[in-house]
Design a protein around this ligand. Structure first.
Ligand code: SF4
Length: 212
């Protein structure tokens, strides 16, 4: 695995996507927090991984303007407002659905706010990923997202009404649910690093299983 990750970090580097490896969620927490200056406006793409490593609590409690659209009790209007503000945040923190061995960052969104902010807008994007999200290739990434990630994520969102059918069956039926979470697919292959535009995405790979 270590060789695979070393190779993956090299491939990401060739794609102008800086990446760091941390052995544990504790190391990952320190690494991520060291990249977020105090006082920053921080956007958030809903991520179980970031909750698990303690980043969400630290941003809620620390000296940051943390735009958390999923804070308990938040109104629908505020949810949308935070998602829009995140598009021009200082730092956007998120997980990802899958990362291929040749360095493609693959995501599927329902609303699109998370993938939009990953693509363009924030000054800095930090993506945190557990080793369980690393897959062989694009085909495997899309298969994992559709048949494992999406059904489990649907279950996590108890506010969905009606709940898409995969929450019950665990299988994708390419549904027409009004709460379908597989609407917008993105594949980030590279990013600019030239005289005018510098990379915005940094990846932190954690040597633990995290998220879905
Ligand atoms: S398309 Fe519908 S049924 Fe299929 S995984 Fe997505 S939400 Fe579930």
């Amino acid at each position: 695995m270590k060789e695979k990750i070393k190779h993956l970090i090299e491939r990401l580097g060739e794609n102008n996507i800086p990446a760091f490896y941390t052995n544990s969620r504790i190391e990952a927490f320190d690494k991520v927090m060291s990249m977020i200056p105090k006082g920053s406006v921080v956007g958030f793409g809903d991520s179980l991984t970031l909750r698990q490593i303690g980043i969400v609590d630290a941003l809620e409690e620390g000296n940051y303007t943390f735009l958390n659209p999923w804070k308990p009790g938040i109104s629908s209007e505020k949810n949308i407002e935070f998602k829009k503000q995140a598009l021009t945040s200082d730092v956007f923190v998120t997980g990802t659905n899958a990362l291929t061995l040749d360095g493609k960052i693959v995501n599927v969104d329902g609303h699109g706010n998370r993938v939009a902010a990953m693509l363009f807008g924030p000054s800095k994007v930090i993506i945190v990923i557990g080793i369980n999200k690393i897959v062989r290739d694009l085909e495997k990434a899309l298969e994992k997202i559709k048949y494992i990630t999406a059904p489990l994520n649907v279950k996590r969102h108890t506010e969905f009404n009606p709940i898409p059918p995969c929450a019950e069956t665990g299988e994708c039926t390419d549904c027409n649910s009004s709460w379908r979470i597989c609407n917008k697919t993105t594949i980030i292959e590279r990013q600019y690093d030239n005289d005018r535009y510098k990379p915005i995405i940094t990846m932190v790979i954690v040597g633990e299983e995290l998220g879905i």
